[in-house]
Write a protein that binds this ligand. Sequence first.
Ligand SMILES: [Zn+2]
Length: 672
Amino acid sequence: MSNPLLQSFDTAPFSKIKNEHFKPAFLQAIEDARAEIDAITKNTDAPTFENTIEALEFSGQQLDRVSSVFFNLNSAETNEEIQKIAQEVSPLLSEFSNDITLNEALFKRIKAVYDQKNELDLTVEQDTLLDKKYKSFSRNGANLPDDKKKRLREIDTELSKLKLKFGENVLAETNAYELHITNEKDLDGMPEGEKEAAAQMAKAKDKEGWLVTLDYPSYIPFMKYAKNRELRKKLSLAFGSKGFHGNAYDNQENVLKIANLRHERAILLGYPSHAHFVLEERMAETPEKVYEFLNELLIKAKPAAEREFNQLEEFAKELDGIDHLQKWDGSYYAEKLKQKLFDLDDEKLKPYFKLENVIAGVFKVAEKLFGLKFTEVYDIDTYHEEVKTFCITDEKGNFISLFYADFHPRPGKRGGAWMTSFKPQYVKDGENVRPHISNVCNFTRSTPSKPSLLTFNEVTTLFHEFGHGLHGMLANTTYPSLSGTSVYWDFVELPSQVMENWCYEKEALELFAKHYETGETIPMELITKIKESATFHEGMATLRQLSFGLLDMSWHGADPSNIKDVKSHETEAFKGTQLYPDTPETCMSTAFSHIFQGGYSSGYYSYKWAEVLDADAFAYFKEKGIFNKEIATKFKENVLSKGGTEKPMVLYKRFRGAEPKVEALLERAGLL
Ligand SMILES: [Zn+2]
């Protein structure tokens, strides 16, 4: 009984937890969860929604809580010991979840309930839950005869090896390349900080001068600022040809194999293509809909993209006599043009965005929209002294959620910004259990002479993660696996992205964007510049995103067995979206990790999809007033509180009165 993780707790008991508590807690919680599953399968009563689906839904809760405490710590406050434990427990957890998916007795009971679902008189949420549980088995082959089941396992094993290999090759190719510079003149145009970083990198490898690599933090600034066109070309070609050198790290074979195995898997499970399989659980639903969406945007954004491209080419010609703009010129001249047009840099904006003011601002926005009240509390156990805790209540004073906020970088924290939770929301035995939500970021820390001042990008990040946070805080569902952010992938960014819109509005900025020394409200002129520069080259950026989405669909939307050559397939897929001349020595697919290694296959479109959703949703607010209570309440009641209890399009239409339209995005982006 001395392990705090194995006792029931409300807020996570961080100060009592020692590293040695984790492994035993995991082992015990897994054992308990297994016993709970056994109790379901050994039940001699006929399968019902309650004794099977609901029982499964509420099984393993202790394990979920131990996992969330542990993995949140591993992201935000880790150390070697925790990382070692993560390596030990991860295989145990995947073994446990595989055992559930392959549990035939369990599936038999779920199927029995599923087959009589029309007679069961289920609520909408129960219906969704039943469907979700059933699909988590059927989509993994539970309905297949043994020989096909066996083939499915072989494909899965093979695919996970190939994906791993794909990623290793990209990494090896990235690491194998470096641009070694010994003449300082070759760094002309680079800001001092970037030069220093390049010098540091050389020094770390015992080399003279400067090093530039294919890692983003090194690659991007060089392409953006370095005057030397030949070197930009060299670096750009190296970047664009990863996995395409015909050497041991070549990914062409892997791309073809992955696409074909995914197709075979989809066919086995009864879907026409991998994209059909994936999209069944997305808001877009079908490949046809995705193609229609991408092509509609393409037709409407292309004229603007071409205009921007021609303008950029003109500008490059004027400035340096460049006749034909190439891929390696794009970011360089775009940066110059942007400077010329807007003359806006972070240093000018930062004084208006003191962290404490921005936090107060986002709380104020949430209060005006949703009637939430945030009170800082000091008696909640945290994993680090820098973590702040807030109690959130509604207008009537009801407790809504606990909110942890962890804003600054530390050695044990991974990069980026994210929302997570320590406890989900659900209703059990008549009690609405409220969630514990957390935002973790890596914002510039204060110094003895200056408070923490955020860049504008950090401000929108804070609003973004807080938007995910609201999705969690305002959750109001019965089942934890349908609660909060547990929604389809192409819907989950709506609450976060829509919140970013308030950062560009005078009415909202006036609430919090005040100079940290003078208290002066941010001048209108700066607000206008922020807005205009935000849509700079939006046409070209859109075309680029569409080209990736179309390439993704070209690999996964139809039978790939006739594709013999990766590069020529790609060239075909890129037709219609290319602005720059093609370079035969480069290939995107062989390093397109998002879709061939990560989870974005048939999902790349969702970046743009989510933008359309948030633009369309915010257009509604703009129309009625950005702090209009009625619209905010509709958004809360139909989207934020509903989680994944119903199909996202149904929820969205209930909020908006219609399906989202791409025009809203085009208009916001100034492309109409
Ligand atoms: Zn997000």
